[in-house]
Design a binder for this molecule. Structure first.
Ligand code: ZN
Length: 330
């Protein structure tokens, strides 16, 4: 639940705090960012386990209930955190970059094994495999472990901002963020032209059921806003959704077999993308990105996530070098 509008309405209605019922059964607690933006939520929010919350609601329907909340969170500004970035330089076209990424941060209730430790391991495994085999790809393969994803995609946004002058040379960014769920294909994030390139890169591996619609949920989004072709692994969420962000997100929940399969798939894919002689779709201009966001119905979600204002103000979504640099120009 990330809704600036809802929280502001609650605040205007005079609520002093919001207690949200956990969406997991049997006393399992989980965490979520309540706002994604630069301004903290206007009132404190707590998640109560499902059954106690139901009991509270039952009692409250009969008579007034008093609830004492002891929330010890601190709001800090300008916290410094780091991405981890490495690369294997390409042999033929070193200036062109294929990026493979996952996020390094996690919520504190569990250990973040599924969200997203297992895919941090995937990124490291792919890098290690290429290195141990002494392989040099055609293009440069860059490996990125992003920080601050859970609080608002900060690490990937920071990466895109810092590397804005070389975004033209990022031919694709590939993100994994659904634990060890089986990968059936990739979100092409509004770029159907990527499908044949991905198909060829996968060399017949069974992960060809792609979804063209763009998604705003993980570290691909900063790349999308800057028009860089980006892929997110479309993974089976059955096991993942019960445990992510929850106290039960520990190593025991990882399906090691599927995790290994995903790592193999990622290795073949990024190798194929880095080696192909096919032309990648060009970087989109801001107006094209905005059309994509509008057509896909993502504007409401971006507003709820505190992202739309930043987009309109030109704080995210960097224009290509040949575009006017006026913020919010489209
Ligand atoms: Zn995640």
């Amino acid at each position: 639940m990330r809704s600036r509008g809802l929280l502001e309405a609650a605040s205007r209605a005079g609520l002093v705090a919001l207690v949200v019922q956990s969406n997991r059964p049997r006393g399992l607690l989980h965490s979520h960012a309540m706002v994604f933006g630069r301004t903290p939520a206007p009132l404190p929010v707590a998640i109560a386990a499902r059954e106690p919350a139901a009991r509270l609601a039952r009692l409250a329907s009969a008579s007034p209930v008093r609830l004492r909340l002891n929330l010890v969170n601190r709001i800090q500004r300008d916290v410094e955190a780091h991405n981890v970035v490495a690369e294997i330089r390409g042999r033929d076209r070193p200036e062109e970059i294929v990026l493979l990424g996952a996020h390094l941060d996690s919520w504190s209730l569990g250990t973040g094994a599924e969200d997203n430790g297992v895919n941090v391991a995937l990124v490291l495994d792919v890098a290690r495999a290429f290195r141990e085999l002494g392989l040099r790809p055609g293009r440069t393969i860059r490996f990125a472990l992003f920080t601050g994803e859970e609080e608002g995609l900060w690490g990937s946004s920071g990466y895109v901002e810092r590397h804005r002058d070389e975004l033209d040379r990022h031919v694709a960014a590939v993100i994994f963020d659904v634990g060890s769920g089986r990968t059936s294909g990739f979100f092409l994030n509004g770029r159907p032209e990527l499908a044949p390139i991905v198909r060829a890169a996968l060399h017949g591996l069974d992960a060809d059921r792609h979804v063209v619609a763009p998604i705003d949920a993980t570290d691909n989004f900063a790349f999308l806003l800057s028009g860089v072709p980006n892929l997110v692994a479309a993974q089976d969420t059955t096991g993942y959704l019960a445990d992510y962000h929850a106290a039960s997100d520990t190593l025991e929940r990882v399906d090691a077999r599927e995790a290994r399969r995903n790592a193999e798939l990622a290795a073949v894919l990024v190798w194929g993308l880095a080696s192909t002689i096919e032309r990648f779709p060009p970087r989109q201009r801001r107006a094209e990105v905005e059309r994509l966001l509008v057509d896909a119905g993502l504007v409401e979600q971006m507003k709820a996530f505190d992202q739309w204002e930043d987009w309109k103000a030109g704080r995210v979504g960097f224009p290509a070098p040949d575009e006017p640099r006026t913020p919010g120009s489209p």
